[in-house]
Design a protein around this ligand. Sequence first.
Ligand SMILES: [Fe+2]
Length: 206
Amino acid sequence: MATRAFDVKPLFAEPYFVMNIADAISPAQVKFIQSLKMNSNQVNQISDELYLFDQPKLKSIAEAVQSALDTYASEVLGITQKLEVTQSWALMNPPGVGMHGHTHSNSIVSGSLYYTDMPDPPGNMIFERHNSYRQLEFIIDGRKQNIYNAPRNAVVPKKGDIVLFSSGLQHYVEPNNSSQNRYAIAFNTFVRGTIGSFRDVSELKI
Ligand SMILES: [Fe+2]
């Protein structure tokens, strides 16, 4: 085979965003979140409170999350509108339990907050390239795997990290292969402000 030079360049990319906000989380807040009433979800446990950041005791955390969202909106999305948290909830995965693949409806950017110590191993969050049926599914040669063809990619959660990602991205959580519980908070957001254009009659004020 003739060896001719070629170029491969990215056309677009899918971001995820990480900011550590451990300084905004107190031991008393961790205790408060861990003492919330939990219900069994499909496999893991989810808090009864589904507007968690509205709790006055969690004000400093809600403010830090908002500042991460403000940075994401202006620096990553490059927009002037505001991203605001809609629902927010606590999650707990006991040993052996993960979370199946899903996306977040009625949300623009979703997030996870690892508000306390993570187990070892921490149970990675796995993002998938595809979120629907694939008629053709090629097996990628592991030695040739790269950012253009990888079917999935892992994010390793760390204590105090907030991870932001597009709500339409399919993701799942690996089973908790430690002997400790795995704690996290999840949340959705929506945009507030004016989008579109008055003159183009595409204006929408929300
Ligand atoms: Fe999720």
